[in-house]
Each structure stands twice: as C-alpha cells, then as structure tokens.
Write a protein that binds this ligand. Structure first.
Ligand code: FAD
Length: 280
C-alpha cells in the first residue's frame, strides 16, 4: 500500500515565508506537492502571535490549490479574547482544520497567557466553536524536552487527546520503534484517534543537529557519524538522507502508521523523492 492509500494519507507542512521570493517559491513547492493528493497542507505559527498575519496570508495562498489547509495555532502568550477573534476569522475564511499547540515563548517575550497547555487550548476551541474544526495536536514519541518523564508526558498527551483532538502528529524521530512504542502506550491509555508520524527529510546536517537539540529529537549515532563524515558534500548527505528517511517511512507504514506528515521546510524535492521510493 502506498502512503497516499493509507487512511489518513499524507500531509505537508510549510512555514510562512518572509520574503516575496520565498512566497513565490512556496507556490511552486505547493503545486509540486499538490500533485501527490495530500489530505491537507498545514502552515506553522509563531508563538505569541508573532507570525499570526503571515500564517493566515500563507494559508490563503496555499488554499488556492483547492487542498484543505490547516493553520497551526499556539496559545502561549495569548489571551482568550485574541484566540477567540482568530478562531472567528478562520471560520469566516472557511477554514475547518487546525493544528493546536501550546508553543514556546521566545525568550524575553511577555507572560504565559491565559491557557497554559495545549489541552486547555483544545478545550477552549471546542467550547467556542463546537465541532467546526478538525483539531490535530502534537505528540512526542521520544518525550517532550520539558516533560519530567515519559509516563507523565504520555498522560499529558492522553489528556490533550481526550479534550477533543481528532488526530495527533508527532515530532520527527529517526527510530521507528520509538513511534510504535508510543502509539501502543497511548492506545493502552485509551487514545483511539490516529497518531500520524511526522517525517523530517534530511538535507542539511548542521541545521538538523541544531534543531534536533532544541526539540528533543534524537539523531541515532550511526546517522550522525555518517552525516558528519560527509562534511560539506551536500549531494552525499541528500542521497544518504533520502535512503534513511525512505526506509523509516516504509517501516512506519508497514507497521501500521495511519499516514505520514512531512515537515517540508518549504522544499518539494526531498519529500517527493521519499514518496517516490515508497512502494506502490
Ligand atoms: P503541550 O501538549 O501543552 O505540552 C508541553 C509540555 O507540558 C510537555 O512537557 C507536557 O508533558 C506538559 N504538559 C502538557 N499538558 C500539561 C498539563 N495539563 N499539566 C502539566 N503539564 C502538562 N511550535 C510553534 O511555535 N509553532 C508551530 O506552528 C508549531 N508546530 C508544531 C507542529 C507539530 C506537529 C509539533 C510536534 C510541534 C510543533 N511546534 C510548533 C512545537 C511545539 O509548540 C513545542 O514542542 C511546544 O514546546 C509544546 O507544544 P505542545 O502543544 O506539544 O504542548
């Protein structure tokens, strides 16, 4: 079975570009990926509302493809009134899906806000808008970096799902067993909604290492060592990355993952290559 044929199929995540050239490029990327019939696109959001307008602008542009596009929405640093206005605006625009997050406040930026955790945001969205939105939330197979331990993180995740989320998308990871273990444990806690693996194509080792440190995603030693050995040889990094991520994706789908969500970083080619390598 190919990724597209899975119950939730595939989805692609973008970030809001901050230049005109970036916007133009994203429209080409969107068109190239739209050809793979994703179930939805999503567009990230800066915590505290720092990219609120850029997120909505980007959602509007991406939606012109005719494919459902979900804005990410974070609650940290925001008041309920601001979130209420934003939800109303999304409804008016005909948006019917969201990725609901706590987010992380940039250092030195204001107070936490009225909603402290993503489960409170999900509850708030349901109270305010009923069943209008399909809500996706974040999951961490390798544990959220601020969680006291795995068990409590898992309980917090289950609470968030029970608050009314329809699906979860995971932080990226490179060890399939971390995903299978997490999904099994979540199901044992009563989580029935799909948990979709988040897939990060490997294209640049320095950026990947920095980002992984910050978000708590572990790069296995054998992958790290191989990437380090390639130094500045970006063609070899891309080829090795394609192989590793294609095998990971294949294993996840064969093991029962309900779809794949790609962190595209606004590039089409690395994701398309992985999809081409998947069977079917
Ligand atoms: P939560 O689910 O609230 O969890 C945060 C921490 O608090 C965890 O350690 C958890 O164990 C703990 N916790 C949760 N609930 C409770 C509770 N009730 N009581 C006590 N502790 C609790 N960031 C952005 O800024 N913009 C984006 O667009 C964005 N998109 C993302 C998309 C995906 C798919 C993923 C996986 C992450 C994304 N992030 C984004 C990053 C995310 O905002 C951070 O990882 C953030 O630190 C946590 O957000 P969360 O929604 O998972 O938080």
């Amino acid at each position: 079975m190919s990724a597209q044929e899975h119950p939730l199929g595939i989805s692609f995540e973008f970030f809001p570009p901050n230049t005109e050239a970036g916007r133009e490029k994203l429209m080409h990327v969107r068109d190239a990926l739209a050809g793979r019939q994703p179930r939805f696109f999503s567009v990230t959001y800066g915590a505290g509302g720092s990219t609120q307008h850029r997120t909505l602008d980007t959602v509007r542009q991406v939606r012109q493809s005719g494919i459902s596009t979900a804005p990410h929405l974070s609650c940290v640093g925001s008041e309920k009134a601001q979130l209420r206005d934003l939800l109303a605006q999304y409804r008016e625009e005909g948006i019917d899906s969201l990725v609901a997050l706590r987010g992380d406040l940039p250092s030195g930026m204001g107070g936490v806000g009225e909603l402290r955790y993503a489960n409170e945001l999900v509850e708030f969205i349901r109270e305010e808008t009923g069943d209008h939105f399909e809500i996706a939330v974040a999951a961490y197979p390798e544990c959220h970096p601020q969680a006291p331990d795995f068990e409590r993180d898992l309980e917090n995740f289950a609470r968030k799902m029970k608050a009314g989320a329809n699906l979860a998308i995971t932080q990226y990871f490179f060890t399939a067993d971390a995903y299978f273990h997490f999904a099994e444990r979540a199901q044992a806690l009563g989580v029935e909604a799909p948990i979709v693996p988040g897939i990060m194509p490997i294209t640049n080792y320095t950026k990947l290492a920095r980002f992984s440190d910050a978000c708590g995603a572990e790069i296995p030693r054998w992958i790290r060592k191989q990437l380090e050995a390639y130094g500045d040889d970006s063609a070899s990094i891309a080829a090795f990355g394609e192989e590793v991520i294609s095998e990971l994706s294949q294993r996840l789908l064969e093991g029962g993952a309900p779809g794949l969500h790609f962190y595209t970083l606004n590039q089409a080619e690395p994701t398309l290559k992985v999809l081409d390598n998947l069977c079917g």
